[in-house]
Design a protein around this ligand. Structure first.
Ligand code: COA
Length: 330
């Protein structure tokens, strides 16, 4: 039987209305614009205010992607929401489904931090290939500002909030999802995490019951930097090999937007020209699972990415987790 193909037909993104520039952060912690720009490439970031929810950002991004795809929400079979910062610990995908009015779709959250979008893309591809679902909306959305320690200068300058979305559909004509490779290394979890930190509230016999919340983001920046620069080129090379292509065939490199220096180091290792590297993190900072689909959407809407262009994409982050994929737009 001929394998079912996948095509990509819509992108969308949404950002909170409020912005914070580097100078603003100097009022919170001992930092400055020069340090942040030279070490990360970030100038501004959008931060969700009290009345902006994760579900709403994800909904807005999804709606725009569906409009580009000329698809009514009621046609969707599946919605995967990649997020680590759901409004509801039970998951926010169902709320997004409700907001969209996607009455025929099942929806679930997928949590893989900054690799979430790539993991969601790979998951969606399996449902489409197996013939279970045809029309899928993948959303990457995060509001990490809720979980950042705003008195820790080593992390609070890095992150921003946002959402991005991609519509995929089954097709018999062509197959634009060429390959993927996913990885995790839980032994390195301590390098970047957001752990549960409950306090013991009740003691019943010998059972102690903990309640509470999560500790803010904890990160060993240097280790994460080393990990990204080592693993991301490797994973992209591996997928390329899998699909009999080389870095020369790539039109665009869309990496998780964590740090400009990481993007440049990865591109250099892969011998990919700077002009092929999609970058927008100076405006948005690290938006976690949202960063790849936001960058994708902007490049499509600006007319940079054209139908048939070959895209190498990779996410990396907490877990530790990392993954790459090769696809064609359209
Ligand atoms: N402003 C000013 N100074 C700062 C600072 C800030 N916001 N944050 C840290 N510093 C200081 C440090 O305290 C240190 O001072 P010291 O030398 O007196 O001890 C100095 O700057 C250098 O710190 P260092 O951690 O070595 O900087 P770096 O060049 O490694 O850059 C990161 C730090 C976080 C930007 C970098 O390690 C990084 O990007 N890592 C990857 C993080 C990431 O992408 N995480 C998310 C992955 S999904």
């Amino acid at each position: 039987m001929k394998q079912r193909g996948i095509s990509f037909i819509g992108t969308g993104s949404a950002l909170p209305s409020k912005m914070l520039v580097n100078q603003d952060l100097g009022h919170l912690v001992d930092t400055n614009d020069e340090w942040i720009r030279s070490r990360t490439g970030i100038k501004t970031r959008h931060l969700a205010s009290e009345n902006e929810s994760l579900s709403d950002l994800a909904f807005q991004a999804g709606l725009k992607a569906l409009a580009m795809a000329k698809m009514d929400p009621s046609e969707l079979d599946l919605i995967i929401l990649a997020t680590s910062t759901a409004d509801d610990l039970f998951g926010s995908a169902a709320q997004v489904q409700g907001l969209l009015g996607a009455t025929g779709a099942v929806a679930f959250d997928l949590s893989a931090a900054c690799s979430g979008f790539i993991f969601a893309l790979a998951t969606a591809s399996q449902f489409i290939r197996s013939g279970v679902y045809e029309k899928v909306l993948i959303i990457g959305a995060d509001i990490l500002s809720r979980w950042v320690d705003w008195s820790d200068r080593t992390t609070c300058v890095l992150f921003g909030d946002g959402a991005g979305a991609l519509v995929c559909t089954a097709t018999e004509k062509e197959d634009n999802f060429l390959g993927f490779d996913l990885n995790t290394d839980g032994t390195q979890n301590h390098c970047l995490n957001l752990p549960y930190k409950g306090k013991t509230k009740y003691l019943i016999h010998d059972v102690s019951i903990r309640q509470g919340s999560y500790a803010p983001i904890q990160m060993n920046g240097r280790e994460v930097y080393r990990f990204a620069v080592a693993k991301v080129p490797e994973v992209i090379e591996r997928v390329l090999l899998q699909v009999n292509l080389t870095t020369k065939d790539i039109d665009w490199l869309i990496l998780h937007q964590a740090n400009q220096r990481i993007l440049e180091a990865v591109a250099k290792k892969l011998n990919i020209l700077d002009e092929k590297v999609v970058t927008n993190l100076s405006h948005y900072g690290n938006t976690s699972a949202a960063s790849i689909p936001i960058a994708f959407d902007e490049a499509v809407r600006k007319g940079k990415i054209k139908k048939g262009d070959l895209i190498a994409t990779a996410g990396f982050g907490a877990g530790l987790s990392w993954g790459g994929a090769i696809l064609k737009w359209g």
